[in-house]
Design a binder for this molecule. Sequence first.
Ligand code: HEM
Length: 299
Amino acid sequence: MDQDFAQPALFSPSLPYGQSLTFSLRIQGNEKDILDRISRGFPLHNNLLGIGEPLLRTGKAFVPGLSTFPSYSGPGFSIPSTQEALWVLVSGKDRTDVFDRTGEILSLLDRDFHLRDAMETFSYDGGKDLTGYVDGTENPPVQDRPSVALLSGERGLAGSSFVAVQRWEHDLVHFRSRPEEEQDRVIGRRKATNEEIPDAPVSAHIRRSDQESFSPPATMFRRSMPWARGDRQGLEFIAFARSLSAFDRILRRMAGLEDGIPDALFSFSRPLTGGYYWCPPVRQERLDFSWVDRNPART
Ligand code: HEM
């Protein structure tokens, strides 16, 4: 079963605190040695790790389906790519737990990587976005998540997953200044009851992102978490899928690139970061990079 090889934190129940970290390569070391050091030392309990194209390219390696995050422009906004070499998500029961385990991971990676960005995340009001809307309602049911999120096939690929990580910053003062009826039409659901609005505008987020309206369906497993730092806040959007095209097709429609209609989310929120990563599978309780070792890039 592919699920037996997935990083355990991918499907484990959500914990209330987290930290999303991205790293660039410090020096151009030998990729195989770097991956060996990560595999030997990375603590899998409650932590997830993904590697980006910049790391694979040092060893001229290749994972089918992994690309660099694209940048797009929509009417009045841009969607940046801040692709890095490595992404780590730490989850924990409290901030002490997250802080201590982040420290462990920083020590492990310090030799080869430079920390580019760290953002603490937290669960807000039992799984809501900071706007007050429940986030994750249309996630696949638990039993379907492995088939939505995991690759199958050869050893070293089976059980791996792709992840899209995109930080959005909300203007909550502006959003809250709008009547609730109007807020509901931005999302396409009722804040008070979480009911879908049947005649929501085409710009409503749930209409832009309706997974079943794509062919084939653009299904993904979202595990986003809010963030707040001083007077800034938003959503660390995190979604796993067996193909990055699910994310890309939705993002392009959200940007209005299909039909000129941008997602109403852009009326109060903007993406600040964007990266695609491949989360390798696990063998004998270690990250398994054997597929990368066996598959140099095709030129
Ligand atoms: C400001 C950033 C975002 C916020 C606040 C947000 C919030 C929400 C909320 C409240 C829902 C409705 C409940 C649910 O089904 O989860 C939803 C649905 C969804 N969102 Fe987002 N979202 C954001 C960005 C994105 C992005 C960037 C994508 C993918 C490119 C995305 C993909 C989806 C999908 C696939 C659904 C379910 C749609 C369906 O099939 O009904 N969201 N989002």
